[in-house]
Design a protein around this ligand. Structure first.
Ligand code: PGA
Length: 251
């Protein structure tokens, strides 16, 4: 009943020309968005090329970040209002790289979530523990805390429509995927947290992605898990063939 959602996260890779080439290579081979939603999150500088080339295709477009104000004296930031005007569908927020390198706090992420909804976009909210936290046996508690903080003040309707990406930091870009059981365990904690904060109906609707070294070789096993509704994919989303294998994992 939840439509799977596979999102590529290009991070700070690709230029407009490469973006156009990528979309031309994949656009006619994507699954119907009612079967699997195929998303690409691109750097802000590539979004015009991504949107232009994806026009009329099944590809959905995400920004990798946005600010919590619509406009003003915020040098270097990206307006969620303008992202909406451009035709963007989703915005990733709270990625561990942004929390770590750019010092984003749970409070910032919550403000961004509100701004994204206010502008008619949908957030993909990232959470996930470090190796240290996992080894201390505190992964569940940590993720529950991050999800609770990110969702603060959002309505049941809003939460029903958003996406949460569980990405253990130790599995990102390391080639070290969480086992499908480890991934499922924490994705179940995310769903339980939503049920606790809202109710089971909302929890049954929210889509939960796993992220961290997802690739064509492990996507099927991960997607077979009850609480995993999608993937947030870095490295393996940069090459058209590999991206197509991921989004067409059902075939
Ligand atoms: P990865 O990145 O697939 O390269 O591990 C995932 C992410 O950071 O979203």
């Amino acid at each position: 009943m939840r439509t799977p959602i596979i999102a590529g996260n290009w991070k700070m890779n690709m230029n407009p020309e490469q973006t156009a080439e990528f979309v031309k290579a994949v656009k006619d081979k994507l699954p119907a968005s009612t079967k699997v939603e195929a998303v690409i999150a691109a750097p802000a500088v590539d979004l015009p090329a991504l949107l232009e080339n994806a026009k009329g295709s099944e590809l959905k477009v995400a920004a990798e970040n946005s600010y919590f104000e619509d406009e003003g004296a915020f040098t270097g930031e990206t307006s969620p209002k303008v992202l909406k005007e451009m035709g963007v569908d989703y915005v990733i927020i709270g990625h561990s790289e942004r929390r770590d390198y750019f010092h984003e706090t749970d409070e910032d992420i919550n403000k961004k979530a509100h701004a994204i909804f206010k502008n008619g976009l949908l957030p993909i909210i990232c959470c996930g523990e470090s190796l240290e936290t996992r080894e201390a046996g505190k992964a569940e508690e940590w993720v529950e805390g991050q999800v609770t903080a990110a969702l603060k003040g959002l309505s049941a309707e809003q939460v029903s429509s958003l996406v949460i990406a569980y990405e253990p930091i130790w599995a990102i870009g390391t080639g070290k995927t969480a086992s499908s059981d480890q991934a499922e365990e924490i994705c179940a904690v995310v769903r339980k947290t939503v049920a606790k904060l809202y109710d089971q109906t909302v929890a049954d609707k929210v889509r939960i992605q796993y992220g961290g070294s997802v690739k064509p070789a492990n996507v099927k096993e991960l997607m077979a898990k009850e609480n995993i509704d999608g993937g947030l994919v870095g490295g393996a989303s940069l090459v058209p063939d590999s991206y197509l294998q991921l989004v067409n994992y059902k075939d």
